[in-house]
Design a protein around this ligand. Structure first.
Ligand code: GLU
Length: 423
């Protein structure tokens, strides 16, 4: 399965999933398919050792990565995740999806991703800061405002971005706000960035529903993952008239066919750190989450959630991918057979990186926009990108994922061809 000596993906693992998506797009690339192998190989991958002194005086080592999948259309761009399951292979896939996502939305970036194999809940704030600063120093070899710009992802946030920005700035001897995005507002962050990914999921979902004739008023929405992406998307769907009928997070799963009281649910999660113990619905077993009838299902947690078996159980009309890579190739084939439409991650969750782009532009110009301006521009970019992808899908009679990859890969490979091979 692997085209590279240093990873051993399987068909449904993250890199295997990404490779099968590239295989699917190849027939639609015309003469540009001459360059398609470029997309099956990350340009550059850095593995770093991160030693830190723990609060108890011992030294612990963590493994970190930064993969620059493509720098063809601009600097690398993509988040950094802290998770015990992070591997080089996973970060490679996530970096490949960033290349596709940035090109699908036409942002002037390549694609990159980073991660540390760590359970951040086990670390104190001091240890987390040391880990972040040492990681940033180690990947300082390849990041920079014109080279590669990290951002938040799973288990990372504005505070971690502030430490990254400070560490990079201290190392280069100048305050460099544009080296990371998703920063606090005081440090050159952008209004609207925290909510941007969830907002984008809603905007793209709304457009897909309109095309499919699914009424927003009363639409039943199920959400897996209730962090920064899932909770904000759910809140926006609910305030537009939809009912959130099932939610699953790392603490448990709940359902309510009448729809949750969202204000109460959000308050509960803010207080208790998860949906567990919420009284306004029934507790269900985690696997039962996939049986809950809905009109829109939003996987907004991690990769590989909708596999072949779950794809057979799912009772929905539209899968809106808030997470990166939540559907495996086998899962996707079953959904397609069953006529369930999938709006792929590379457009559905592109709102985050789009506002990261706005943040980077604002940092360079030192001129900051209002939240309304940001939200309006975000809406316009996502609506335009979705329309282009939808029409490409109709034209070739292909699923939306292949259509999104067709639009994106054509842009990347056109740029590749125009730049030419060096030397
Ligand atoms: N981590 C987010 C993603 O997967 C955002 C990346 C960014 O803002 O650079 O798209």
């Amino acid at each position: 399965m692997s085209n590279l000596s240093f990873v051993s993906p399987t068909r449904n693992s993250p890199w295997g999933t990404y490779l099968s998506q590239i295989d699917a797009v190849e027939p639609y690339l015309g003469r540009l398919s001459r360059w398609v192998e470029t997309l099956r190989r990350p340009k550059r991958a850095l593995i770093v050792d991160i030693p830190i002194e723990l609060d108890n005086g011992t030294v612990a080592h963590f493994e970190g990565y930064r993969v620059q999948h493509s720098l063809t259309r601009g600097p690398g761009k993509g988040g950094v995740r802290y998770h015990p399951d992070v591997t080089l292979e996973e970060v490679m896939a996530l970096s490949g999806w960033m290349t596709i996502k940035n090109a699908a939305v036409n942002l002037p970036y390549g694609g990159a991703k980073g991660g540390i194999r760590v359970e951040p809940k086990m670390l104190s704030q001091k240890e987390l800061e040391k880990l972040t600063r040492r990681y940033t120093s180690e990947i300082g070899l390849i990041i920079g405002p014109n080279q590669d710009i990290p951002a938040p992802d799973v288990n990372t946030n504005g505070k971690i971005m502030a430490w990254m920005m400070d560490t990079y700035s201290m190392n280069v001897g100048a305050t460099s706000t544009g080296v990371v995005t998703g920063k606090p507002i005081e440090l050159g962050g952008s209004l609207g960035r925290v909510a941007a990914t969830g907002r984008g999921v809603f905007v793209v979902g709304r457009e897909a529903m309109r095309r499919l004739g699914i009424e927003m008023e009363g639409a039943r929405v199920a959400v897996q993952g209730f962090g920064n992406v899932g909770s904000i998307a759910a809140k926006m769907f609910a305030s537009s008239g939809a009912s959130i009928v099932a939610v699953q997070d790392h603490t448990g799963s709940i359902a309510n066919t009448l729809g949750f009281d969202m204000a109460a649910l959000l308050a509960h999660v803010a207080e208790h750190g998860g949906v567990k113990g919420f009284q306004g619905g029934d507790v269900i077993a985690n696997e039962e989450f996939w049986d809950q009838p809905s009109d829109v299902l939003i996987p907004a947690a991690l990769e590989g959630q909708i596999d072949e078996q779950r794809a057979r159980r799912i009772q929905t009309r539209l899968v809106l991918e808030g997470a990166n890579g939540p559907t495996t190739p086998d899962g996707e084939a079953v959904l397609a057979d069953r006529g369930i439409v999938v709006v792929p991650d590379v457009i559905a969750n592109a709102g985050g990186v789009t506002v990261s782009y706005f943040e980077w532009v604002q940092d360079f110009s030192s001129f900051f926009w209002t939240e309304d301006e940001i939200n309006l521009r975000l809406d316009k970019i996502l609506v335009g990108a979705f329309k282009h992808i939808w029409e490409t899908g109709e034209q070739h009679r292909i699923p939306l994922r292949t259509a999104a990859f067709t639009v994106a890969c054509s842009r990347v490979l056109q740029a590749r061809e125009e730049r030419g091979l060096y030397p």
